[in-house]
Design a protein around this ligand. Structure first.
Ligand code: C2E
Ligand code: MG
Ligand code: MG
Ligand code: MG
Length: 280
């Protein structure tokens, strides 16, 4: 009986695994289909200075799956990265972002806003990324200094020379760079001096317990002073409470992003958020 039980158990396990594989491969197929059908949209999370002024937003992708509803990026970006779908999908995001910047440019309330766009390592490493991005910016007529590309440390570990070359070329047309999720990757501090960055982004995992966990407070303070001394602006993400904001501000953090100010918003709501906070 034991053997039969084990056999049934193994069979059930294989069955579950196959169901998983099917689910993933159908999600992958759905992802490709949705790219053709434009089932994605961007939401915009405000970025606010210490005096409360909205200076920009981070664009965050959402997938409106025809059957599953809204799928958060944590659930499909890793799949898109594994399958290479991130390359066309990431370009779609950049296109939408530039279109939005072009629209903002026409309104004095929004003309000065910057837009940060997440760029995956695989996407940034594509041979065509540099040219495609430059063409996109010039075709949409966007002021390149309004566009900020967010890279994570994972984008920077390989082919340092190539990465620096690409960043320099994009910087020379005016595009900015932010290092996202800073401190969570594997890189050494050595690359910081070689990278033409504009901004360091303190990861939300350090912000969350900044008031209660001394080591998180130390890391947050270290990132702020390191960023400042290298001439970068420093932004904190995941700021949820006044206490966190005050701590970060007292330690010199320049810009804040998080639920304390706003969740990521659909474009109409974001525009309204900015309008309400702008002195006419
Ligand atoms: P990220 O770039 O670090 O973005 C910040 C994430 O933190 C966003 O999650 C945002 O909604 C969330 N967040 C912001 N404020 C708070 C807060 O106060 N509390 C908490 N708990 N969370 C907060 P989201 O939108 O689910 O995105 C998750 C990740 O997916 C992003 O992390 C980014 O790595 C990736 N992602 C999103 N959009 C894109 C995209 O267009 N391209 C690529 N390659 N990756 C993207
Ligand atoms: Mg980001
Ligand atoms: Mg981040
Ligand atoms: Mg993060």
């Amino acid at each position: 009986f034991n053997n039969i039980g084990a056999a049934v158990g193994v069979y059930a396990l294989i069955h579950v695994m196959m169901a998983d594989v099917e689910e993933i491969s159908s999600l992958e197929a759905d992802l490709r289909k949705s790219l053709d059908r434009d089932d994605f949209y961007l939401v915009y999370q405000p970025q606010v200075t210490s005096s409360g002024q909205v200076i920009g937003a981070e664009a965050l992708i959402r997938w409106l799956h025809p059957k599953l509803g809204v799928v958060p990026p944590g659930e499909f970006i890793p799949l898109a990265e594994r399958t290479g779908v991130i390359v066309p999908l990431g370009m779609w995001v950049l296109e939408r972002a530039c279109e939005q910047l072009a629209i903002w440019a026409q309104n004095p309330h929004t003309a000065k806003l910057t837009l940060s766009v997440n760029v995956s390592a695989l996407q940034f490493r594509q041979a065509g990324f540099l040219t495609d991005t430059k063409i996109l910016v010039s075709e949409t007529g966007v002021d390149p200094s309004r566009l900020k590309l967010e890279l994570t440390e994972s984008a920077l570990v390989k082919d340092m020379d190539d990465i620096v070359h690409k960043m320099d070329a994009l910087k020379s047309v005016g595009i900015g760079f932010s290092l996202d999720d800073f401190g969570t990757g594997y890189s050494s501090l050595n690359y910081l001096k070689r990278l033409p960055l504009d901004q360091l982004k303190i990861d939300q995992s350090f912000v969350r317990d900044v008031l209660t966990v001394p080591s998180d407070a130390s890391i947050a303070r270290m990132v702020i002073s390191l960023g400042k001394s290298m001439g970068f602006t420093v932004i904190a993400e995941g700021v949820e409470t006044q206490g966190q904001r005050e701590f970060l501000m007292q330690n010199g953090c320049h810009i804040f992003q998080g639920y304390l100010f706003s969740k990521p918003l659909q474009i109409t709501q974001f525009d309204a958020y900015v309008a309400e906070r702008t002195v006419a």
